[in-house]
Design a protein around this ligand. Structure first.
Ligand code: ADP
Ligand code: ZN
Ligand code: ZN
Length: 842
């Protein structure tokens, strides 16, 4: 048999399967999905088997085919449906197969080759004279005999002077070199001690035990009481003995020792309160009815669940999962990384206990691997995790839930630049699974698709449009919190130069007095700054693109990162001639200092990238806040998501506009989402809540509609803008980035590439402007222009934006055009990157 193997080389030139012989010993073991070590260009590399075919079917000359060197796991880490999914990923996102396959596996399985040497014992027997001639130092020979294969590095460290002998020994075959793939972490094994089989005999022996071996007697007595195997560490600790005592009992035949596999359970020692299904509200029942019918029918169907914050989406998820399990099917729940708090995990573990595997990046590589193995080995039926959990290797998936589906963290920003939503819809087709996209603020793409506004033609995975389900009311008739928008321009005119308006100040003082808690959000994302007039709220925008211009401090120039337009930064506001025009940005630290000044003794927990780098710190801070050890939780985006604290009655947004003017067509959408999410943190329980939003642009529709909790109004307005300017969902985008150390060369290659793409589109009869008025078949190429970060690591960066509509197969056109640039000599060393449906335009 021949195995077709994708080898772990991150290069486009080798992005195809290579044929290898399956050695007889491995027949029946190697199958599609197996991970193997194969010889490749003089090395041994890790590879993935994507198919096994009879030798006759191979097109490669049999005499040139090499055998597989080793099989790395008894149970293939990938499944055939995942291999098929990888092919789809590589086409849709223009990435290599190996990148797609590795995206699906835990980091622990990204093995690297390791060289070892060992003593060839048969050689010593057969060629004693030759062996003797090498004169391996005595210690070395003994050491090798005892330790088996050792790493070359280890050998060098121990015997630094033995180089010449070792080389000679390898040359004549006395030492054998081996190359094997080693994983980053291995399966954890622990020694356990097994109680005596002959209990009566042991009890008798114990009674007559010689007094001088008292320690042994204690251990044996302990083991006679034990109900089953005891981990060695525990036995030693509980009896206060050493390993030699235990070993003596093993030697006498009373005890046996065995190595057993153990999981690194990240939630070990924590107990989860078992929860029972809640009686559902009418709204929840209606929604669940649809989802359950869909799970039962096993048709691949996506649903968009639009439920306001506090409408009880999680309970619907839980009961839908239960249905899935009852049917013998498995379920995947995606939650944004940042909301994967213990609170969130508890909701799932509390209902489904050990059937839940949790996958997220704050686990150690080993913990993550063990959780993943629970899925692969069918010990878990529910996977709860961040983006990559969508690849959980389940066999028959009945349901995939993407909570907060609008979150940009579902889009991976490195290759493969996939979106979990599209992957879910594709996997649903393979498994006949139901997909539920849940959000209080669905992405415009999903909402437009669900309401059958699908002007961009085929959607992400080419699947059916999602059906819209709605839960417009909060559980138990709790009201949405009132939102006050404060016009910060008026504050300035009124002589208040602090970052807190009088309303927010009064609100904070009030909460302090009553012993209630507040959440303060400092909306600050991205690394770019924009120019704004503090007197009138004017912001500099591009005349061609309707997005904010970015301020470049060094050159004092304003630039558009979509089309390249640039102008000098004004020294006075072009609109009101005020001199209070400046670039914007405040840090959480500054807010913290200000709070301390205004409210001496106030207890503040600050949560931002600086305070949450350490593992577990995020949870710790939230726990402290939950225990009311602070009055204020102050933070960036992190504080907006999924938190549910009963004593939070005030939510303040310090500067709502910072995300409104980012040079990104999604900036209004992101601002609306953020304000709605953070407002949803207030008054979720008995105590009523209140929200204060500070803004320099209170008339902006994103802020107005968020104030009135009016998603529909926001969408109407935003869709009109998108249509007029020709942005998704009215068209689709592909971002091509290019980088090189030499600017003239990059300019030349970039221009030539863009021109070639335009020519190709022209030849295909689709080239044309893409905006609100263009027809269903059009593709436009914008740029190249300098990237927002124009130089990174000494490389200049350019980008091209491809805008297209309808059923133009833009990826195919791009793939063809870009191939000679990426793989051939046309690129002249320029590095290309492709981002399909980009989220970060910055
Ligand atoms: P969402 O995710 O939609 O913002 P949650 O799922 O967090 O809302 O639910 C909000 C609150 O309502 C939670 O405290 C939850 O326990 C409670 N809840 C949900 N469903 C019900 C129900 N049917 N009966 C009583 N309480 C419920
Ligand atoms: Zn522009
Ligand atoms: Zn002004």
């Amino acid at each position: 048999m021949i195995a077709r193997v994708i080898v772990d080389v991150p290069s486009r030139q080798t992005d195809r399967p290579f044929d290898y012989e399956v050695p007889l010993a491995l027949e029946g073991w190697v199958e599609a999905g197996s991970r193997v070590g194969v010889p490749f260009g003089g090395r041994v590399l890790q590879g993935f088997v994507v198919g096994v075919i009879p030798s006759e079917a191979s097109e490669v000359d049999m005499s040139k085919i090499k055998p597989i060197a080793e099989l790395l796991d008894p149970l293939p880490p990938l499944r055939p449906d995942l291999i098929e999914l990888a092919s789809w990923l590589s086409v849709k996102y223009c990435c290599t197969m190996i990148a797609a396959l590795q995206a699906m596996l835990p980091a622990a399985l990204k093995g690297k080759a390791e060289r070892t040497v060992r003593l060839s014992e048969s050689f010593e027997e057969q060629e004693p004279e030759a062996a003797a001639a090498v004169l391996l130092p005595d210690g070395l020979r003994e050491w090798l005999r005892r330790s088996g294969p050792v790493k070359l590095d280890t050998l060098r460290e121990r015997f630094p002077d033995a180089g010449a002998y070792v080389k000679a020994a390898i040359r004549i075959g006395l030492l054998e070199e081996q190359v094997a793939i080693r994983d980053k972490v291995s399966i954890r094994k622990v020694q356990t001690v097994i109680p005596p089989v002959d209990r009566e005999g042991a009890a008798e022996a114990l009674a007559a035990w010689p007094a001088r071996a008292g320690k042994q007697r204690d251990v044996l007595a302990f083991m006679l009481d034990a109900e089953g195997p005891v981990p060695l560490q525990k036995l030693l600790a509980d009896t206060g003995t050493t390993g030699s005592t235990v070993k003596a009992l093993v030697d006498k035949g009373w005890l046996t020792m065995r190595e057993v596999e153990a999981s690194r359970d990240p939630y070990a020692g924590r107990t989860f309160q078992r929860t029972e299904p809640l009686p559902l509200t009418e709204g929840q029942q209606e929604v669940l009815k649809w989802i359950v019918a869909s799970i039962d029918a096993r048709e691949p169907k996506p649903y968009l669940l639009h439920g306001v914050t506090g409408s009880g989406k999680t309970e619907v998820y839980l009961q839908a999962i239960q249905r899935c399990l009852d049917q013998g099917l498995q379920a995947i729940v995606l939650v944004p990384e940042i909301s994967l708090t213990p609170q969130m995990v508890e909701r799932f573990k509390g209902r489904f206990g050990d059937a839940v595997a949790v996958l997220h990046s704050r686990l150690s590589t080993g913990e993550r691997y063990d959780e993943w193995r629970k899925i692969r080995e069918r010990r878990a039926q529910v996977a709860v995790g961040a983006r990559s959990a969508i690849f959980a290797p389940f066999e028959s998936i009945g349901l995939m839930i993407i909570d907060e589906e609008h979150e940009s963290s579902y889009k991976q920003e490195e290759s493969p630049k996939y979106h979990a939503r599209d992957v879910a819809i594709m996997r649903a087709k393979q498994h006949g699974a139901t997909v539920v996209l849940g959000s209080a603020t669905p992405s415009l793409e999903s909402f437009a698709a669900a309401t059958a506004v699908r002007p961009s033609g085929n959607n992400g995975a080419g699947g059916g449009a999602p059906l819209l389900l709605a839960m417009p009311d909060r559980v138990a008739g709790r009201p949405m919190p009132p939102v006050t928008v404060v016009d910060m321009r008026e504050e300035l005119q009124g002589g208040n130069r602090s970052m807190f308006s009088r309303t927010l100040y009064a609100g904070l003082a009030d909460r302090l007095e009553r012993g209630e808690q507040s959440v303060l959000l400092l909306n600050r994302r991205g690394y770019s700054t924009f120019v704004m007039c503090r007197s009138c709220g004017y912001t500099a925008a591009c005349p061609h693109c309707d997005i904010s211009l970015t301020y470049h401090q060094k050159t004092r120039v304003l630039r558009c990162h979509y089309c390249g337009h640039s102008e000098n930064a004004p020294s006075a506001c072009p609109s009101c001639e005020s001199e209070h025009i400046r670039f914007f940005g405040t840090g959480t630290q500054k807010v913290e200092e200000e709070l301390a000044k205004l409210f001496p003794g106030i207890r503040v927990i600050r949560m931002d990238v600086d305070t949450t780098t350490e593992k577990g710190s995020h949870e710790k801070l939230l726990k402290q806040f939950g225990e009311r050890k602070a009055d204020v939780l102050l933070g960036t985006q992190m504080v907006a998501k999924g938190l549910d604290f009963p004593y939070v009655t005030l939510v303040g947004v310090v500067a709502a506009d910072t995300s409104l003017h980012l040079p990104d067509f999604r900036s209004a959408e992101r601002t609306f989402q953020l304000l709605t999410q953070v407002a949803g943190r207030a008054g979720r329980h008995e105590l009523p809540g209140e929200v204060v939003v500070q803004s320099y642009a209170p008339e902006h529709y994103a802020i107005q509609t968020a104030q009135h909790h009016d998603y529909d109004a926001f969408v109407r307005e935003e869709l009109a803008h998108r249509r007029a300017m020709g942005y998704p969902p009215y068209c689709r985008l592909i971002l091509v980035t290019m980088s090189h150390e030499q600017l003239p060369l990059l300019t030349e290659v970039g221009d030539r590439f863009a021109q070639r793409l335009r020519d190709a589109a022209l030849a295909a009869g689709v080239y044309g402007r893409v905006d609100g008025t263009s027809g269903p078949r059009a593709l436009d190429v914008l740029g190249p222009v300098a990237s927002p970060i124009a130089r990174m690591k000494d490389r200049y960066r350019f980008q091209c934006m491809i805008k297209y509509r309808g059923n133009v197969d833009a990826t195919a056109l791009l793939r063809e055009t870009i191939r000679p640039f990426m793989e051939g000599s046309e690129g002249r060393g320029v590095q290309f990157g492709i981002d399909v449906d980009p989220h970060m335009i910055l």
